[in-house]
Design a protein around this ligand. Sequence first.
Ligand code: FMN
Length: 294
Amino acid sequence: MNYTVKTDELTREYFDSILISTRYLDSDLPNLEMELFGEKFETPVMTAALSHLHKICDNAMEEIAIGAKNAGAVHFVGMTEEDELAEIIGTGARTVKIVKPHEKDEMVKFKIDHAVKCGAFAVGMDIDHAISWEGKYDNVMGFPMKPTTSEKLAEYVKMSDRPFIVKGVLSPEDAAKCVEAGASGIVVSHHHGIMDYMVPPLMVLPEIVKAVDGQIKVFVDCGITRGADVFKALALGADAVCVGRALMDPLKEGAKGVTNQIEAINRELSVIMARTGAKNLKEIDPSVLRFRAF
Ligand SMILES: Cc1cc2nc3c(=O)[nH]c(=O)nc-3n(C[C@H](O)[C@H](O)[C@H](O)COP(=O)(O)O)c2cc1C
C-alpha cells in the first residue's frame, strides 16, 4: 500500500482546478526579482530542503546548491552531516538549513549553531517529521525525533541569530504559533504526503496568509513542477515557492540541469505574468484566478 498516493494526487488535482484569466491592456514583460531578508534574488523559485541525493550524480548536494546559485535562487537543504553542510554552504549558495525535530534539544541546538557558524542564510525546522507511519515518534536514519513545542521553537528562533523558517505548516493555527514564536517565515507543506488525505497546500494557503497578516514570509512547496503552479501559489499569497522532486531528474546533469530547470519554470511564470498584467511579483493579481469544481 502506497500511503503517499492520495495526498500527492489531490495536490496535483487542486493545482489543475485553478484556472487563469488574462489582462493584456497595459501589460508588459515582467521582472521576477525577489527581495528576501534584505538580499536580492532573481526568482521566487527556490530549491526545496532535500537530502540523501548521493545516487543521483557525483557531489549531488553541492551540485544542487551551485545550480540554485547560478539561477540566482535561494537554496534550502535538509538533513546533512556537519562537514557536508560546510561544503554545501561553501559553494556560495544562499542556503537555508532545515534541522530535523530531534528528540534531544541539545542536538537541535548543536545543528542550528553549526549552520550559523557555517554561514547559513537562514535556519529552520521541519516540524512535520516527528511522527512515524507506525504512529510512534519517528526515527530518521537512527536519530530519534519528537514533536516540538511552541516554547522550544521560540528558544530556537532566539538562539539562531538569523531568519528562522518553520517548514511543514499546514494550518492557520500552526502558522499563528510560528508568528508568536518569532519565526521569520514558514513553508506551507505536507512534506510530499507525509500522511494520507492531507489538504493541498494551495487550498489552505489563503487562510494561512490571512492568519499571519504579513508579519512573516509564507513559502509553499509540494508538487510544484511548472511556472503555472508557481503563479497560482503567488497569486494566492505566497511570497515564494520551493521545488524538490521536479529538480531530481535534471540533477542527473549536475548543477547545469538544476539551473536549466529553474529557468524553464521562470520562463512559464514570466509568460503568465506578462499575460495577466503583472510587471513584477508584487503586481500578481489574485483576481485573475478562477476555481472549477475540485
Ligand atoms: C529525496 C528527498 C529528500 C528530502 N529530505 C528532506 C529533508 O531532509 N528535510 C526536509 O525538511 N524535507 C525533505 N524533503 C521534503 C522536501 O523538502 C519537500 O517538502 C517535498 O519533497 C515536497 O516538495 P516537492 O513536491 O517539490 O518534492 C525531501 C524530499 C525528497 C524528495
